[in-house]
Write a protein that binds this ligand. Sequence first.
Ligand SMILES: CC(C)(COP(=O)(O)OP(=O)(O)OC[C@H]1O[C@@H](n2cnc3c(N)ncnc32)[C@H](O)[C@@H]1OP(=O)(O)O)[C@@H](O)C(=O)NCCC(=O)NCCS
Length: 171
Amino acid sequence: MCGKCCSCNCVYIDDYENVSEGVMTAQITFRPYSSADRDICLAIFYANCPEFFAVSERIDYERFLDSDPVGYELCLYNGSIAGAYGLTGNGAARQNLSWILLSPRTQRSGIGSAIMRKVLSLAKMAGSAQIHIAASHLSAPFFATFGAVTVRESKNGWGIGLHRIDMELHL
Ligand SMILES: CC(C)(COP(=O)(O)OP(=O)(O)OC[C@H]1O[C@@H](n2cnc3c(N)ncnc32)[C@H](O)[C@@H]1OP(=O)(O)O)[C@@H](O)C(=O)NCCC(=O)NCCS
């Protein structure tokens, strides 16, 4: 049991010590999201509130998860769920990076970069020209390291003190 929800048999990364050295040699794998992962995704979302997500965004995330989102995947670190991300859209010119989030204990260990490498690879295979990212002022520097550029800034756009930064990543 992950201890974060009542019914699943999943192993959740927060049951482990902080991920630190060695992430580059650790096994990072992905699998499609299913409704059985809903509680654990929400637990990771809550763990990032209110620093990275406004509590009010919870409803949007729940709606997203309940829409059976094609392209949403879990990211596993040595078999344990570390986070999730989605590359969503119709596969045409422009796609969206949706709800990328990692358990706080795994952040700044290179896992997000591994996710972005997969995102870029998937988008290129789909023939996309650009990816839209609705970031915050806290996550924007991360996306900028992959070449994303700011196209719009909205002060307090996600909530008081959490500014919305819309970015485009051109492929
Ligand atoms: C944003 C997120 C996915 C990045 O994943 P990560 O695994 O932490 O990122 P990485 O370890 O691969 O970071 C690589 C580099 O990106 C930059 N970076 C990452 N997060 C950063 C941050 N919050 N601020 C500034 N730079 C950052 C750094 O240059 C970092 O290298 P360094 O740690 O050697 O300085 C993750 O931190 C996260 O889930 N954050 C909370 C949820 C969130 O904000 N999601 C984005 C919603 S749009």
